[in-house]
Structures are given as structure tokens and as C-alpha cells.
Design a protein around this ligand. Sequence first.
Ligand code: SF4
Length: 167
Amino acid sequence: MDIRLIGGQHFYYLESCKRQLWLYIHKVNLEENFESVELGRLIHDEYYQREDKEIRVDGMLIDFISRDGYVHETKSSKKPKKEHEIQPLFYAYYLKHILGYEQIKGAKIHYPLIKQVIELQLDEKRIQEVEEKISQILMIAKQKHMPEIHSNIRLCRKCAYFEFCHI
Ligand code: SF4
């Protein structure tokens, strides 16, 4: 797997379950009608219905990039979480350090349900964090065998791969 194929979903699965990430990389895709994915799409569509500026770059689907150099990402959550940061930071990193768009400064995460916006600078610490996560994704992609089943059955029950892993 190549860094150009990495998208937001890889980071999401890296945090939630490495087996889920491996299945996704190996194209075992059961998520098409999964409820929480659909909710995220609905909120996104409603929030950006007048913006219509989604940008596809390699493996990424970016909500929009503002003139002040920030990549924007929308979350359907009612609570900002640390794990929401890595995806838009990766987009900012990729645009700046892989594709060479020097004007990129960082990312802004929008939480429309609670009317909050979190601003993140792409500083040295965050660059290092993004690079570590990229290495982890690429390592999992190289594994021949699926990682073990997650020990948190409550997490598994909410996962689209539940039947695949547990039945
Ligand atoms: S069902 Fe559990 S172990 Fe399987 S992919 Fe989902 S979270 Fe991971």
C-alpha cells in the first residue's frame, strides 16, 4: 500500500480496531448501509448543502479548503474528541508536505450539532504524530494475517463487521 491511497477512514479504523483497518484495506467492505456512516453523511450533506466544495485528492475526500490555508472537516459527534484530529491533520500534512502546498497551515474541525469549531495548527509535534500514524497504517497493510478480534465486545456490537468476526 502507498501513502497516496490513505484516506480518512484508515485513521478512523486505526483508532477503533486494527482488524477493522486490515479488513478495510483488503476490501472487505460491509459498510454501505451502516447506520452511523449514513448519519454522518446526512449531517454533512445538510451542513454543506450550499458549499458544494468537496475536493478529492488521491485517497482523501476533503470537505473544503479555505483561503486562509485550513483544511475543514465536519463531525456528526456532539463532543469534540482527540481521535477526530488525526484525519484532517493528515489531509493538511499530505497537501503541504507530500504535494507541496506551502500555504497550508492546519485544520479546522466543525461540530455543527454543538456549533463549535476546533482549530489545529500543523506544528512539529503534530507532524510527528501524523507520520507515526501513517507508519502504523502501512505496517498493518503489510500484515499477511488479520489482527486479533477486539477485546471490547461492546465496540464489536456497533461494528459493521460484527457478523464476520463473531459468527
Ligand atoms: S467486529 Fe470487533 S474485531 Fe471485528 S472488525 Fe469490528 S471491532 Fe474489530
